[in-house]
Design a protein around this ligand. Sequence first.
Ligand code: NAI
Length: 327
Amino acid sequence: MKIAVFSTKSYDQEYFEKYNNQYEFSFFETSLDSSTASLAKGFDAVCVFVNDTVDEETIAILSKKGVQLIALRCAGYNNVNIEAAKKYNIKIVRVPAYSPEAVAEHAIALILTLNRKTHKAYNRVREGNFSLKNLIGFNIHGKKVGVIGTGQIGATFCKTIIGFGCEIIAFDIAENKELVDLGVTYLPLEEVFAQADILSLHCPLNQYTKHVINKNAIALMKKGVMIINTSRGALINTADAIEGLINEKIGYLGIDVYEQEEDLFFEDLSESIIQDEYILRLMSFPNVLITSHQAYFTKEAMREITLTTLENIQAFEKNQILKNEVK
Ligand code: NAI
């Protein structure tokens, strides 16, 4: 099978070259959308990531070019039009759980960094500034942590942060009994907003969760709340979050994902004039920490993503049951 890999970075290529000895991969740096889809001519499958735009127009072109499989090398699939893929008889597979620990641990890294300001301390000390002024944090121990979405990543996050001695309150459309046994309390969404000192988002992006953090939700929250988003950017209404930061309702914001990240994340734009006013405003706050969709980025996760993608392709090639199919 011939596979066109889009949005390729050197590390993606490195892992595929390390583990693949069966298939013919071609690596494209460009992302996939309707303007680049014709590059897939002559390929059986495309392999895409979080910021490729696999909408109906793109899928129609892929189908015309002979593509039969879209292999996502990620868990979320909000960027793929599933109905359109069905219409054009193209299968979609994904990597449902390559390393929930990687993402949960990054969420905790954001919490700890924002709270204890280690990023600022690092810079200060390098400049010979040993002052502690404005570096004061708070104990995570004893705080109420609200978790929205307790699937693979949310559950791992709960189990990990329990070790800090936090009280965990959660909202999900389906309760996880194991977490209840561990002491997690499920509450209505509004109650989680109202009670949490730290709020961490781990639900998928869909029509029900888009902008779940908006003006009304922020109004319910405690003053000084810490909000962490390692899930998908559009869970947060960015304009409303900026307003919450300006009026100091939001005390800390840690985001690994951003609504308009497609044009920014994964690229070195250090010599460019960034035009996105929202990200520039977010970058200006001292209590906002932004990482560039790197929560998944561990050696273990990269290995798992590569191996599961190869298994998914193999199952398709051999006409076997696609256990990771997105329907
Ligand atoms: P999962 O499918 O195991 O869990 C999602 C949970 O959200 C489920 O328990 C589900 O019932 C719940 N949920 C669905 N609709 C909901 C709603 N309306 N309100 C509250 N909860 C709802 O998914 P997993 O593996 O835990 O991943 C979660 C998300 O994390 C993914 O959808 C993806 O967007 C994001 N992600 C981010 C990564 C990063 O590098 N930043 C890497 C991997 C995933």
